[in-house]
Design a protein around this ligand. Structure first.
Ligand code: CUA
Length: 321
């Protein structure tokens, strides 16, 4: 049976995406058989039509015979198509059931569709991690996706796995697959969901179990750092490091070493001791107090950093003695 499927796949499957999951042949076999039936049907119909055009041309048969009905012909054109169509329907139901059966050992990933990105949530030991747009999965391991959406309908589609399912706000939908090839495979949103719908794409990255565990361990660790100083360092590296060094040297603005608790002199001759309030103000409203000898070049970070992130930066600055 697989052998026949492979031959049909060679003949008609050239236009299909790469096969990279366990159940893809269920979809492709059905597609290829319907393709074959359509081609045979089309050629047969055209052949008979051509034959009739010539055989019963007006120049040969001027007057048509009177035929009220023909039981044999009627039975043939009723029974054969019925068998074919009901057969396709039953085959489709069987294939559908097979694809929908979630193996009991399936690895669960939560998927959230939102305008306009895919978010993947992994859980490990009561800790969870959210990643966007690239979904890591181990090869040859059954995976079940529990999906929802936050705003409008989206539809999660991985052509190479032959899976496609809507994600619906307030509802859980699921789809499962077992990736059989390592590599990157495209995810599309295949339901029009707003202006950036066509940009709502992602990648399934299929890797070895070992590599997957490494990746997940690292992500979970990263996402669950609770030390405020460590978090502050991260916020600093992303937002402040291009202008403020962690030493005393000047990049553009003053270096941060020794800032906490020191006396600051400003362009307008005021002075004060650097505390949390001062650092917060310098981030939110940098031009209120300009440190003597420095340009008024910094832009406000209001709305770009959360209150928590500012607290973390303050904790980090405290450690720069
Ligand atoms: Cu989301 Cu289209």
């Amino acid at each position: 049976m697989r052998f026949l499927g492979d031959i049909l796949q060679m003949l008609f499957g050239f236009s299909l995406p790469e096969q990279a999951a366990e159940n893809v042949h269920l979809v492709d076999d059905l597609y290829n058989v319907i393709m074959l039936l359509s081609i045979v049907g089309f050629i047969g119909l055209m052949a008979v039509m051509t034959y009739f055009i010539i055989r019963y041309h007006r120049s040969v048969n001027n007057k048509s015979a009177y035929i009220p009905h023909n039981l044999t012909a009627e039975l043939i054109w009723t029974i054969i198509p019925t068998i074919i169509f009901v057969g396709i329907a039953i085959w489709g139901i069987i294939a559908f059931n097979k694809m929908e059966t979630v193996p009991s050992n399936a690895y669960k990933i939560n998927v959230t569709g939102k305008q306009w990105m895919w978010e993947f949530t992994y859980k490990r030991d009561n800790l969870e991690v959210n990643v966007a747009d690239v979904m890591y999965v181990p090869v040859n391991v059954p995976v079940v996706l529990e999906m929802t959406a936050t705003d409008v309908l989206h539809s999660f589609y991985v052509p190479s796995f032959r899976i496609k399912r809507d994600t619906v706000p307030g509802m859980k939908t699921r789809v499962n697959f077992t990736a059989t090839k390592k590599g990157d495979f495209k995810i599309f949103c295949t339901e029009f969901c707003g202006t950036a719908h066509s940009k709502m794409r992602g990648i399934v990255r299929v890797v070895s179990q070992e590599r997957f565990d490494q990746w997940l361990n690292r992500e979970v660790k990263e996402a669950n750092i609770s030390d405020p100083v460590e978090l502050g360092l991260r916020v600093y590296s992303r937002n402040c490091a291009t202008c403020h060094s962690t030493g005393t040297n000047t990049i553009i603005g003053p270096g941060l070493q020794g800032l906490w608790g020191s006396e600051r002199a400003f362009e307008n001759a005021d002075k004060l001791v650097a505390d949390a309030e001062y650092i917060r103000e310098s981030i939110i409203s940098p031009n209120t107090k300009i440190v003597k000898g420095y340009p008024a070049k910094m832009n406000s970070f209001a709305g770009l950093l959360t209150e928590k992130e500012i607290d973390h930066i303050i904790e980090f600055i405290k450690t720069l003695k």
